[in-house]
Design a protein around this ligand. Structure first.
Ligand SMILES: [Zn+2]
Length: 272
């Protein structure tokens, strides 16, 4: 699943490709991808120009000359910017055609991704973006005490709490494992046991992991690619996720599950 760095890599690639283009037609092959009424969506998006690409947490935002497209890739969503009619398969569900003879295909093998249109005044005040927590790459001015209260009021394991996008946005399964390893915290530790110092460690390691990974073009595990032919290399930097031995103490890395997701940690370095 693409996490914040991968979505940022996609954002940058897309901005380079589609900024300034006008949407001349839309083909919707699988309507469930679009959260809005299909006809309304078409009306709102047709003839609009793409001014810039933005992102909040794992959401991509296409800023149009009037309104915005909001897109979440979920598990397997991908965009391909190619020449008109040069690509088609059963996993391509939405196609945006542009005024320069190119098209943007949204491909999603699992069909979990979603796209919707939002006016400027609704963009951050309505779902889905109103539910997005702190994006550390964008907001340096958050209330640490409030965040600490939010996290320690949970009785769930810290990994589960960190995966909740309404608290800290952008952390997914891979980066949570890495951040908890760097913060020396066991993923099964109760959220209400973390100290303020632990939280500060989590926040600074999260931002570090995000920025490093974005620099490497994201992490490529399984089928994630940012756009056709773009493959990230951050998997070479992972310390604990998918690893056999702890890079610090040499202990065997434990792999178990949190909320059904593969979880990796060192039993010696990460306190419970
Ligand atoms: Zn260790």
């Amino acid at each position: 699943m693409p996490e914040l760095p991968e979505v940022e890599v996609v954002r940058r690639a897309l901005e380079g490709e589609i900024k300034g283009l006008t949407i001349t037609d839309i083909k919707i092959k699988y309507p469930n991808i679009i959260l809005d009424d299909i006809e309304e969506f078409r009306c709102n998006v047709l003839s609009k120009k793409i001014i810039s690409m933005d992102r909040l947490g794992k959401f991509l935002i296409f800023n149009l000359n009037e309104g915005n497209l909001v897109s979440h890739l979920r598990m397997e969503g991908k965009y391909f910017y190619v020449k008109k009619d040069s690509m088609d398969n059963k996993h391509i569900h939405v196609i945006f055609y542009f005024d320069n003879g190119y098209m943007l295909c949204y491909q999603d093998v699992r069909k979990f991704g979603r796209i919707c249109y939002k006016s400027n005044c609704d963009l951050y005040t309505t779902e889905p973006l109103s539910n997005v927590g702190i994006d550390l790459t964008k907001n340096k001015d958050y209330d640490l005490d409030l965040l600490y209260k939010k996290i320690t009021s949970r009785k769930t394991p810290i990994k589960t709490t960190l995966l909740d996008q309404s608290i800290i946005a952008g952390l997914g399964n891979i980066y949570v494992d890495e951040v908890l390893f760097l913060s020396k915290l066991n993923p099964h530790m109760d959220s209400n046991k973390i100290t303020k110092k632990d939280l500060k460690n989590i926040l600074s390691h999260s931002l570090d992991c995000f920025l490093k990974s974005i620099e490497c073009g994201g992490t490529t595990i399984r089928s994630y690619t940012s756009s056709l032919g773009v493959i990230g290399h951050n998997q070479d930097n992972l310390l604990v996720h998918t690893k056999e031995a702890c890079p610090v103490c040499g202990s065997k890395i434990i792999k178990d599950k949190t909320n059904g997701r593969g979880t990796y940690y060192c039993p010696k370095c990460q306190k419970l």
